[in-house]
Design a protein around this ligand. Sequence first.
Ligand SMILES: *[C@@H]1O[C@H](CO)[C@@H](O)[C@H](O)[C@H]1NC(C)=O
Ligand SMILES: *[C@@H]1O[C@H](CO)[C@@H](O)[C@H](O)[C@H]1NC(C)=O
Ligand SMILES: *[C@@H]1O[C@H](CO)[C@@H](O)[C@H](O)[C@H]1NC(C)=O
Length: 225
Amino acid sequence: MPKPSAPPLGSMAWFLSLLLIVSAASATDSKNNVADELVAVINNNRTAHKSHTLFDNPGLGCLALEYIKAYEGQCNEVGNDKKPPDSSFVDTFAPNCGVKAATLAPITGRLLACQSKYVSPAEAFSNVLIYNAKSLQILYDKNHTQIGAAVSGTDGGAPYFWCVLFSSGKTNNSFTFDGGVAKNVRPGCFSGNNDDCSNAMRPAGSLFLPAITGVLLVLIYAFGL
Ligand SMILES: *[C@@H]1O[C@H](CO)[C@@H](O)[C@H](O)[C@H]1NC(C)=O
Ligand SMILES: *[C@@H]1O[C@H](CO)[C@@H](O)[C@H](O)[C@H]1NC(C)=O
Ligand SMILES: *[C@@H]1O[C@H](CO)[C@@H](O)[C@H](O)[C@H]1NC(C)=O
């Protein structure tokens, strides 16, 4: 895994304090899962902003990874403001994850980014996913009760996708798995499942196209609904 370089925005002290927050906050989740780390960063930022902590729902996390897969590695589609049809949640994402379709709850926000360089979850949050007033509004939306995050990269190379889904569903009975067990969806990592997954960059076979190499490219999009 490439070492993250210094963040282009913000001071190094700021970045280090974020890292400290992350390592403290991820104590209950897996310490070795980049998607869980991203959720911890988001919850810490929300708490500091006096917004409530969001429940890290593994079913929603798995759907976030399926959401990424719907782009088939096409980074430029993210910048094009394209998104998978809402029907894909019922038609493909839920069945692939083993999430019971009847337990799908409303999606209240989505953050999506794709870039050619791997960065840490803290950097992905502050420098990539949250980048304008719209994404801040989604971050602090009062309707969210739960969150699911996913990270995916290919072949030790670009592009790297980050996806965060928010929902207003009840945490005890939404996005639940058939038989109560998460399906092992790979490649990539998703949050809430308490599994070790630092290696979003494991070989992905032909699933993703290594479309962009050597060029730093960042494409981001925030959807209110
Ligand atoms: C948030 O809640 C308000 C009031 O309950 C509702 O009018 C609005 O449509 C909701 N927004 C989203 C994004 O679900
Ligand atoms: C929360 O994140 C936003 C966006 O990166 C940043 O501007 C803000 O300073 C952060 N707040 C805290 C308290 O960390
Ligand atoms: C979920 O919690 C609500 C109250 O918060 C309760 O009414 C409901 O029965 C619970 N559902 C399950 C499946 O535990």
